[in-house]
Design a protein around this ligand. Structure first.
Ligand SMILES: [Zn+2]
Ligand SMILES: [Zn+2]
Length: 307
């Protein structure tokens, strides 16, 4: 199953050095989920080929401007493009008020917009569809903030095509077999499900941890995820400033990744004070070797490599 992350913005606070504020697009099969929507996110979506009409849900980590100032612009553009498909926005308390005030003066949208207020202090499932579940990940920042865990759902077993022919399995029996049922051909022996099917690929998972100080309670919640994006606003030399502002250093991000036993760590949410990011990578890899620098426009397969 296609499960891909595109980073639309990896800078913190303001656009700098060609990096935009936070926004990400997660593609699962034909659906796209947006996580945060910093200023300029719509320009990034167009530049990086994101099919915006496929976005049905937006997940907002917190109400700092670098994570939401792109939202009203993108919503308005969707309306100008005559979008009719409904859109759901999941966000901490306050976002609905901010957006509704702007819409009250700017005029209505062409599509239904539903807000779902989430509690950033609780770890809970806030959304599911046929493909994925989304869980909140409480973080430690200056205002209520949560990350999001995107988890693929377990898929049904795959039927071996040669068995369909060999046992003359009727079409209507296939869903049951995929769900684990055995099959008895007319006048034949009972064929156990394990002979008829193969296990589906392991479900993959992605954790987005937007803005947070070093926060160990996060570790059990993201244990074993395939891909972790953990903010690293500063390098270790600025650890005092990181603690003061509710942010992490690259080494701290790597520490979380190592303790959680994740597959791969992506760094991001860099402070504008850094143009050269190589010290981030060096610092993090010393603790967790499977680290990469998140970059605007970078695409990663959640269960695999950078694409
Ligand atoms: Zn931020
Ligand atoms: Zn913030």
């Amino acid at each position: 199953m296609r499960f891909e992350l595109t980073l639309l913005g990896t800078n913190s606070a303001l656009p700098a050095h060609g990096r935009f504020p936070s926004a990400q697009a997660l593609q699962v099969q034909g659906n796209i989920y947006l996580a945060d929507c910093g200023e300029g996110a719509q320009m990034r979506m167009r530049a990086f080929g994101i099919r915006e009409s496929r976005i049905g849900q937006v997940f907002i980590s917190h109400l700092h401007g670098d994570h939401i100032y792109g939202l009203i612009g993108w919503l308005t553009s969707q309306s100008l493009n005559n979008r009719t498909a409904p859109l759901d926005i999941f966000a901490p308390h306050g976002l609905e008020e901010i957006i509704r005030v702007q819409l009250r003066y700017a005029g209505p949208l062409t599509f239904p917009l539903a807000f779902h207020t989430i509690d950033p202090d609780t770890h809970g499932r806030i959304f599911e569809d046929k493909l994925i579940e989304v869980w909140t990940l409480p973080l430690k920042h200056r205002i209520p903030t949560c990350g999001f865990l995107f988890r693929e759902k377990e898929r049904p077993r795959n039927i071996r095509p040669e068995c369909i022919e060999a046992y003359d399995i009727p079409y209507q029996a296939i869903p049951g077999i995929k769900g684990g049922a055995d099959f008895r051909p007319p006048n034949g022996r009972l064929i156990p499900n394990a002979e008829l099917t193969v296990a589906p690929p392991r479900p993959h998972s992605y954790a987005y941890c937007s803005d947070t100080a070093y926060h160990e309670p996060l570790i059990p919640l993201i244990e074993g995820v395939d891909l972790l994006y953990h903010e690293s606003t500063f390098c270790e030399a600025q650890s005092a400033q990181a603690a003061e502002t509710g942010h992490s250093t690259a080494r701290q991000a790597a520490n979380i990744a190592r303790q959680a036993g994740v597959g791969r760590l992506l760094l991001g949410h860099y402070s504008s004070r850094y143009q050269d990011l190589s010290p981030f990578l060096e610092e993090a890899r010393a603790v967790f070797p499977n680290t990469e620098l998140g970059v605007d426009g970078g695409v990663w397969e959640v269960g695999g490599q950078r694409i």
